[in-house]
Ligand binder design. Structure first.
Ligand SMILES: [Zn+2]
Length: 380
């Protein structure tokens, strides 16, 4: 047993600050919240905040191999499959290089208080196995979304897409697709369907920049967001540029939205309207996206998010909203509740308190050096 004692605990889905002890059993489950009870090993959290741990809800950690090498290039030149810089460099790298670099980034995420990350992994089954090798000796949870390069073949049939997807899903947690216009739409529908049938995740980048929306409307008379929702995706990545009826459609279907504001900033594609999403009751999670542009650091992501949204939109966003985006919201995508409540698994950070407002203290002032303790009770 462990007792986290004397801390200011952010309890439940509402992250309600309470002075209480948190008692955790040997299976990593929170058995009791009580201001007086204590048991087992004591972790003293005096002058600290006790918060759910971070989930980095969108990464591409293999591109650690090209950190800061794409600066100044257009988004198409960098990431468009199959010939963008990223894909060429990934193709040239040896397995050992990729494993070493991914291992390094996963270690860094642990240091930054991230217990779990959701990664888009290119390279088919082989690519998935490399990420497994890179993380097998680390306590971090890697949720791996695979992708086959065959998805981009022009003459691929839905039946072939189905078979390829089925095979991939035997090795990973779901599929992560580069974009709704990159692959034949019939095949995208089939891929999403197989994922649902097998109870796996299906995620896709949508509306990352405005021109994609324009292009989609010209060619299909529908927006990328509309096409993705119709294809059955329940988690959308980026959603930076909703247009026309997109916001209404999102509210109707209520997907999870994974936003990557720093990545959007680095690529000059805008600021996602997260305050409007939050105001409309949508669950937003944050991801640091490509390691080539961003450190996988949720403190940096949260601070940028709060300030970029406030600078750009008039709807209100609070530090508490942003802290939820970096913690409990992302776990909902995985069907997990890691809010600090009795009976839940404990993915918990103890962070030095730096101001009287616990949310701003974390979002606005903390860095990984302020993490005093990190308990990962949740093993996927
Ligand atoms: Zn991405």
């Amino acid at each position: 047993m462990i007792t986290i004692k004397n801390g200011l605990v952010l309890v439940g889905f509402n992250l309600q600050p309470q002075k209480t002890n948190v008692i955790i059993n040997d299976e990593g489950m929170i058995t009791k919240l009580s201001p007086t009870h204590q048991e087992g090993e004591i972790i003293d959290a005096t002058d600290c905040i006790v918060t759910p741990a971070f989930i980095n809800a969108h990464t591409h950690i293999a591109d650690t191999i090209i950190k800061d090498q794409a600066d100044g290039m257009t988004i198409q030149e960098i990431v468009e499959p199959p010939h963008g810089l990223k894909h060429r460099k990934l193709g040239e790298a040896t397995d050992e290089e990729l494993i070493t670099q991914m291992h390094q980034t996963a270690k860094e995420m642990l240091y930054n208080g991230i217990s779990t990350f959701i990664d888009f992994r290119e390279g088919g089954i082989h690519g998935i196995e490399l990420l497994k090798k890179a993380t097998y000796d680390l306590p971090i949870n890697a949720c791996i979304l695979g992708r086959s390069s065959k998805y981009h073949d022009e003459d691929l049939t839905p039946e072939q897409a189905r078979l390829i997807t089925r095979e991939l899903l035997q090795h990973c947690d779901g599929i992560g697709l580069s974009g709704i216009q990159d692959i034949n739409y019939e095949n995208i529908i089939e891929i999403a369907r197989v994922c649902h049938e097998e109870d796996k995740l299906a995620l896709i980048h949508v509306a990352e920049y405005y021109q994609l929306q324009e292009q989609s409307l010209q060619q299909t008379n529908q927006t990328e967001i509309e096409l993705a929702l119709k294809a059955g995706f329940t988690t959308l990545v980026h959603t930076t540029h909703p247009v026309l009826q997109d916001l209404e459609l999102l509210v109707e279907s209520s997907p999870f939205i994974v936003a990557c504001p720093r990545s959007n900033g680095m690529l000059s594609v805008g600021v996602p309207p997260l305050s409007a999403y939050t105001e409309n009751g949508l669950d937003v999670a944050l991801g640091t996206d490509n390691v080539m542009f961003n450190q996988p650091d949720m403190f940096r992501e949260m601070e940028y998010t709060l300030k970029a949204i406030r600078a750009t939109y008039t709807n209100k966003i609070t530090a508490k909203d942003v802290l939820k985006m970096a913690t409990i919201n992302g776990f909902k995508i995985l069907g997990k509740d890691i809010s600090i409540s009795e009976g839940n698994v404990s993915d918990i950070l103890v962070i030095k308190q730096k101001s009287t407002d616990p949310y701003l203290s974390i979002v606005n002032r903390s860095t990984p050096e302020d993490i005093m303790n990190f308990i990962i009770g949740n093993q996927m």
